[in-house]
Design a protein around this ligand. Sequence first.
Ligand SMILES: *[C@@H]1O[C@H](CO)[C@@H](O)[C@H](O)[C@H]1NC(C)=O
Ligand SMILES: *[C@@H]1O[C@H](CO)[C@@H](O)[C@H](O)[C@H]1NC(C)=O
Ligand SMILES: *[C@@H]1O[C@H](CO)[C@@H](O)[C@H](O)[C@H]1NC(C)=O
Ligand SMILES: *[C@@H]1O[C@H](CO)[C@@H](O)[C@H](O)[C@H]1NC(C)=O
Ligand SMILES: *[C@@H]1O[C@H](CO)[C@@H](O)[C@H](O)[C@H]1NC(C)=O
Ligand SMILES: *[C@@H]1O[C@H](CO)[C@@H](O)[C@H](O)[C@H]1NC(C)=O
Ligand SMILES: *[C@@H]1O[C@H](CO)[C@@H](O)[C@H](O)[C@H]1NC(C)=O
Ligand SMILES: *[C@@H]1O[C@H](CO)[C@@H](O)[C@H](O)[C@H]1NC(C)=O
Ligand SMILES: *[C@@H]1O[C@H](CO)[C@@H](O)[C@H](O)[C@H]1NC(C)=O
Length: 427
Amino acid sequence: MSSCFAKQFYALVLVLLHCSASIVSANIQCIESERQALLNFKHGLIDRSGMLSSWRDDENNIDCCKWRGIQCNNETGHVLMLNLPGQFPQQHLKGVINITSLIALHNIQYFDLSCNYFRWTHIPKLMGSFTNLRYLNLTYSFLSREFPYQLGSLKQLRNLDLSFNYLNGELRYQLANLSQLRYLGLDGNSFSGALPFQVGNLPMLHTLGLGGNFLVKFKDAQWLSNLYSLTELRLSYCSLSDTELQSLFNSHANLSTSLTILDLSNNMLTSSTFQFSPSLVILDLSSNNMKSSVFRGSLNLSSKLQNLHSQDCSLSDRSFIVSPTSITNSSSSLVSVDLSMNLLKSSTIFNWLFNTTANLRTFDLSKNMLEGPIPDGFGNMCALQSIDLSYNNLQGEIPSFFGNMSALQSMYMVTIYKERFHLSLGT
Ligand SMILES: *[C@@H]1O[C@H](CO)[C@@H](O)[C@H](O)[C@H]1NC(C)=O
Ligand SMILES: *[C@@H]1O[C@H](CO)[C@@H](O)[C@H](O)[C@H]1NC(C)=O
Ligand SMILES: *[C@@H]1O[C@H](CO)[C@@H](O)[C@H](O)[C@H]1NC(C)=O
Ligand SMILES: *[C@@H]1O[C@H](CO)[C@@H](O)[C@H](O)[C@H]1NC(C)=O
Ligand SMILES: *[C@@H]1O[C@H](CO)[C@@H](O)[C@H](O)[C@H]1NC(C)=O
Ligand SMILES: *[C@@H]1O[C@H](CO)[C@@H](O)[C@H](O)[C@H]1NC(C)=O
Ligand SMILES: *[C@@H]1O[C@H](CO)[C@@H](O)[C@H](O)[C@H]1NC(C)=O
Ligand SMILES: *[C@@H]1O[C@H](CO)[C@@H](O)[C@H](O)[C@H]1NC(C)=O
Ligand SMILES: *[C@@H]1O[C@H](CO)[C@@H](O)[C@H](O)[C@H]1NC(C)=O
């Protein structure tokens, strides 16, 4: 839900932008039919937290362009933006999205009702009549039922975020017409059936989130090969097997040049032979079952990788047998490494890391089986801010060099007996 909080700041910025715009064009007022439309829309909503308190039908408040979340064209006065993201739990709207009441807003381009509580309601079919829409965000809005095919007429749409709702049914031809799409977020719904190959016809797509649905047939994922601009791909909770992932990447040479964020967490990956993109900055492999060696030369750690998350992957020492030549030059950009909840035992892992981690800030090795004293190499991690070595079998004293690490803020060494040492070294 944290995304719902982040958005609030963005909304504030927009409100501020709006204020300054309306000072410049103070004489442009909203159009009466659009003002009525907004008032009717408000009528269908339950607004306990007063999000719409500026939407009032009184003489001192006649210009709806100044209402919260509304932005108008500064020359024509037409409403361009309806930007009302909620903020759980304090602030949100409830009730129904009565699109019929908004139909007068022909020019609207930006529509955001994310993080509100429209439980038991659905995406209105009439949404398809706002053909100027460029941005539609209904994430975390408790919407259910199918994705209405009418949305296929939103040919100008650049951003479509429907993630984390209860939407179901198959996704196919609805997507084919959305050729301007840059961002498609469908994660965390209950879409089923074959993965829509139409996604491959969206040449400008840079972010695709499909995680956590019941989509099948990743094996024939030929559609991916056209997505030259894809930079972020989210495929967590997709029941992906090794062969599916293999075919996904082998057949898509072009992907490897653009992809920077790849989320493969919570799948069924077990093996080691993936050739990941050298452009990756964030790689999440958490909660897979990688008993064999994922890092044995096959994960050619890119020199750009900053965040590596491999929590709960059944990684063992064998996973870190990297050829010495590949160590030094790889991954010096790493900023955050999470290898918690694996089966690491010896300090092979340290050898791999100490030469490559000048920029490392957070390092989580908790819940492994590490043995022996804490190696001196940690002393070279000049940028380290947070380290977690809890729940291992490490022995000996906490080395004094930690006291010299000026960036270090927190250090967790909780033992198996649940004694807790938390040194806070403020600077
Ligand atoms: C949609 O809204 C959510 C929360 O308000 C935000 O985190 C997300 O980035 C938005 N999606 C897009 C594509 O802007
Ligand atoms: C009106 O809006 C356009 C586009 O947003 C902007 O370029 C222009 O400067 C604005 N004009 C005034 C008077 O605010
Ligand atoms: C939706 O809005 C229209 C027009 O304002 C109104 O006639 C209709 O009764 C509303 N529907 C609901 C379910 O509130
Ligand atoms: C897609 O576009 C074509 C041609 O513009 C149109 O005939 C068709 O109805 C559209 N499909 C959808 C699902 O909107
Ligand atoms: C890769 O992209 C180029 C255009 O950038 C295209 O001509 C080529 O066919 C693509 N290769 C594959 C394997 O899709
Ligand atoms: C790893 O990447 C480098 C640079 O991209 C490349 O030269 C090297 O051949 C790769 N190694 C393997 C094992 O793929
Ligand atoms: C490491 O990088 C340096 C310069 O960037 C290069 O000369 C050297 O051959 C690289 N070593 C390996 C093992 O790739
Ligand atoms: C770091 O790399 C140097 C050579 O570049 C090597 O001699 C040294 O053993 C490495 N240290 C670790 C801890 O791997
Ligand atoms: C800590 O830094 C001081 C001053 O730079 C140095 O004398 C001392 O040896 C360092 N201690 C450790 C344990 O590295």
